[in-house]
Design a protein. Structure first.
Length: 95
């Protein structure tokens, strides 16, 4: 998927996936939320769908490091995910 936001191109085919989270609706898989980074270092969240859930559509949301941290709030984050965040310039701190 490709989306241009404020003159920047976000392309899921050329971006690197930092990690993703599966999303379920009523116990059924409905897609995933995938935190990605472009080759130039811009962060975004790619919301994928399963092509069956009429309440969820694929989309891209440009995000700052702070927005990614807020998005992770309350989610269990593994040591590997923290390492990937730090390697890619997201200043993640454990409590």
């Amino acid at each position: 998927m490709i989306k241009i936001i404020n003159g920047k191109t976000y392309n899921t085919d050329t971006a690197k996936s930092l990690f993703d989270q599966s999303v379920y609706s009523d116990g059924n898989y409905s897609g995933s939320n995938n935190v990605m980074i472009t080759p130039k270092g811009s962060l975004f969240i790619y919301y994928s769908d399963n092509n069956q859930d009429c309440h969820r559509c694929a989309d891209i949301h440009a995000a700052t490091s702070d927005e990614i941290i807020d998005w992770l709030n309350g989610r269990e984050v593994t040591e590997d995910e923290i390492k990937v965040l730090l390697e890619n310039g997201v200043p993640f701190e454990e409590a």
